[in-house]
Design a protein around this ligand. Structure first.
Ligand code: MLT
Length: 312
């Protein structure tokens, strides 16, 4: 009966723990957003949600596991823009975003910041661009693996600056930020949900945000457009997924619970402190999420191929 209370529908759902898979390390931005909404979602569902980190290969390992999970509503995936870039970056991805998943709803859209270790030489974003052009061979750029948001932003930066830097992949930008604070890696592009604390604490150097407008919680940080690289614009949308074949009533229950979580004042406040906000309720629906995913798959396939990057 697919474990949905015996009637194949959603009547008894949920009658066991729900797992939300985060395809990156604990403590990173994807994990942070997931743990912000998991409690209020569980309450709205009248069940329990467990967050499980399944790292590797820029989020594609965790996504693949959920694609192959029982379509019973008890395994959910939290993923981000990487769902729409991976098909252009991986030759044998092992799943098709539009065929192997049902979209549940969009969650939030998060700005990215260009941050460096505190004693990295360049003082401003312009200095950074000049510096990497002159020192490309020795500059290290951290990311969370091919297909991660940090990888995509780094790719856009390198393409705009006309350089190829030494990329250092991590299982998530949680551990990457730890190394950045420790001075083990030079710089990276990462989401405000991860970097705001360290920027405000002065533990890393921040150069710019990758959104058209400045971020209220980081008012002194110029936009990339102000800093002379208007083409570097990317913000990281997140959505929830279940395996293809999950009963529509179960998908609807999850989407309804997501909307309750996104209207929760504590979630709104926590997101605001980290430079982001819940999507409007109309976007936290399976239909809006699917339409966005379809558009983003086309958009990023073109950007990635225009940047001369081939699937590997
Ligand atoms: C990413 O770069 O895709 C994410 O920031 C990785 C993470 O959530 O750790």
């Amino acid at each position: 009966d697919g474990g949905t209370g015996g009637d194949g529908g959603a009547a008894g759902y949920p009658d066991q723990n729900i797992t939300i898979v985060v395809p990156f390390s604990a403590g990173g931005p994807t994990d942070t957003v997931t743990r912000m909404i998991s409690e209020p979602m569980a309450k709205a569902l009248g069940g329990k949600i467990v967050v499980q980190n399944v790292e590797g290969a820029g989020g594609t390992v965790g996504a693949g596991e959920v694609a192959r999970a029982e379509p019973d509503g008890y395994t959910v995936l939290m993923h981000h823009i990487g769902m729409s870039t991976a098909p252009a970056l991986y030759k044998d991805l092992g799943y098709q975003p539009l065929e192997d998943f049902e979209t549940v709803g969009l969650v939030t859209e998060v700005p990215m910041t260009i941050v460096a270790r505190k004693d990295f030489e360049p003082a401003t974003f312009q200095d950074l661009v000049t510096y990497v052009k002159a020192n490309a061979a020795k500059v290290t750029l951290a990311n969370a693996g091919i297909g991660a948001a940090s990888h995509l932003c780094g790719l856009l930066f390198q393409s705009a600056a006309g350089v190829k830097l030494q990329e250092v992949p991590y299982e998530g930008t949680g551990p990457a930020l730890t190394d950045l604070v420790g001075g083990q890696v030079d710089f990276m592009c990462d989401q405000t949900t991860n970097t705001t604390g360290q920027i405000s604490a002065g533990a890393v150097k921040a150069y710019a945000v990758t959104t058209p407008e400045r971020v209220k919680s980081l008012p002194d940080l110029p936009t990339t457009a102000e800093a002379g690289m208007p083409q570097l614009q990317v913000s990281v949308w997140h959505g929830l997924y279940v395996p293809d074949g999950t009963p529509p009533e179960v998908v609807q229950k999850l989407s309804d619970a997501l909307k309750v979580a996104l209207a929760d004042q504590a979630v709104i406040d926590a997101m605001a402190k980290l430079g982001t906000a819940p999507v409007p309720a109309a976007d936290a629906t399976p239909q809006a999420h699917r339409a966005h995913l379809e558009e983003q798959l086309g958009t990023w396939a073109k950007v990635i191929s225009d940047a001369g990057v081939k699937a590997s």
